[in-house]
Design a binder for this molecule. Structure first.
Ligand SMILES: Nc1nc2c(ncn2[C@@H]2O[C@H](COP(=O)(O)OP(=O)(O)OP(=O)(O)O)[C@@H](O)[C@H]2O)c(=O)[nH]1
Length: 383
């Protein structure tokens, strides 16, 4: 069983190194912990055949190193590097105690039963603080495994303390000992899968965000806007409620690119996105519709409300120049507004076309202004 646990640890470490070779989210540190874990159990298995300094002192000290690396891995997952001394401290303490009590199996069980749970409690603390991971299923699996290991070590420590454990040693075959090794085998695998699941869930969430948001401004991208509009239309048709759109475009943006450079142009786009997002209600959805054009969806808003929102946005952009190292860039926007009480799902496209025409009118009228058009005719067959 000891050899199997060692082999499983090495195999799991290899799998983790292969599955996520970038190893930036604690996976590399966790794989290293598994290598130490495998080495520790390999040394346990050689008890009696190699000097006790290796099979007792080194093996048990390696176990404190395993838990220290697990803590470092979880901290790294959360983007908090663990100072080296916090890793070294329990290892140094372990080396001292296991060296001192090298000949006393019961005393060593008491040390493992106190130092190990204390280290693993820190792992759990680091895992859930200050906030639970957004997708907690991997963290739950890891926590349950770590908790089982903690209970196991506490139980063995308590048995040793109450002298209900004879001093025969690690390789004594007993049902308790066998259960302990099976549980240790299972928990290390489940805990490792828990961490892998955490990194996978995080990567999936990042991919979903990438697919639905504009990489430059962080706002919703065109695809998300179109999907949200279709969903909103169905809702607005059902409740026969008002719905409005604002299509806006940065004025003379080409001049910004030409005179201040493309990088400054990108910063102006980010800046305008920030101003829009800061001024809107939670239920409104601003997004980048293309190039230097933004679309704002305003559910439950009539024309008067939409004109008010558009004017607030225009004023806010005008009042907030984009800060740059070589001097702020004054920015203005032109806005086209359209509102309707949609009666057919196909009204969304008609609304965008109408807002586009209003935006064109705003540009023609001199820019830095809001224009609105009449409520559009929706496709007759769509409702
Ligand atoms: N920096 C940067 N520029 C972009 C991006 N997307 C589009 N553009 C530029 O936006 C500019 C749009 O220019 P035009 O369509 O002529 O519009 P404009 O200069 O704003 O003029 P008006 O809209 O009529 O006021 C072009 O120069 C595009 O290259 C981007 O992601 N980053």
């Amino acid at each position: 069983m000891l050899v199997m646990t060692a082999a499983a640890s090495f195999a799991m470490a290899t799998a983790m190194a292969v599955v996520r070779p970038e190893a930036r989210e604690g996976v590399g540190l966790w794989a290293l912990a598994l290598v130490l874990h495998g080495s520790c159990y390999a040394l346990y298995a050689l008890r009696g055949q190699i000097p006790d300094a290796a099979s007792v002192v080194l093996a048990n000290t390696l176990l404190t190193g395993v838990f220290a690396l697990m803590l470092a891995a979880v901290e790294q997952f959360h983007g908090r590097p663990l100072p080296w001394w916090r890793m070294a401290l329990p290892v140094a303490l372990g080396l001292l105690l296991f060296g001192w009590f090298a000949g006393d199996y019961r005393a060593r069980q008491i040390i493992v039963g106190t130092l190990g749970p204390a280290q693993l409690a820190l792992v759990l603390w680091a895992l859930w603080r200050p906030l639970a991971p957004a997708q907690p299923r991997g963290a739950w699996l890891l926590s349950a495994s770590v908790l089982a290991e903690v209970l196991l070590m506490l139980g063995r420590g308590a048995l040793a303390l109450s002298r209900h454990m004879d001093n025969a040693g690690l390789l004594q075959i007993s049902p308790t000992q066998a259960a302990v090794f099976v549980l240790a085998f299972v928990t290390i695998i489940l805990a490792s899968l828990g961490l892998l699941l955490m990194t996978k869930d995080r990567a999936d969430a990042a991919n979903r965000h990438l697919a639905s948001h504009d990489a430059l401004t962080g706002l919703a991208n065109r695809r998300t806007l179109v999907q949200a509009l279709a969903r909103d239309m169905a809702h607005a048709v059902r409740i026969r409620g008002p719905y409005a759109l604002v299509l806006l475009d940065i004025d003379h943006f080409k001049t910004v690119n030409d005179t201040r450079g493309h990088r400054a142009g990108d910063q102006v786009l980010r800046h305008v996105a920030g101003v829009l997002a800061a001024r809107l209600r939670r239920q409104d959805l601003p997004g980048r519709y293309g190039g230097e054009e933004f679309l704002v969806l305003l559910p439950g808003t009539d024309l008067a409300g939409a004109l008010q929102v558009a004017e607030t946005l225009r004023q806010a952009v005008q009042d907030t120049p984009c800060p740059q190292p070589d001097g702020p860039i004054a920015v203005t926007i032109s806005l086209g507004v359209c509102a309707a009480r949609p009666h057919a799902p196909g009204c969304g496209e008609a609304l965008i076309d109408a807002a586009d025409r209003a935006l064109y009118a705003a540009k023609q009228a001199g820019r830095n202004r809001v224009q609105h058009g009449p409520a559009p005719e929706c496709p007759a067959d769509a409702g």
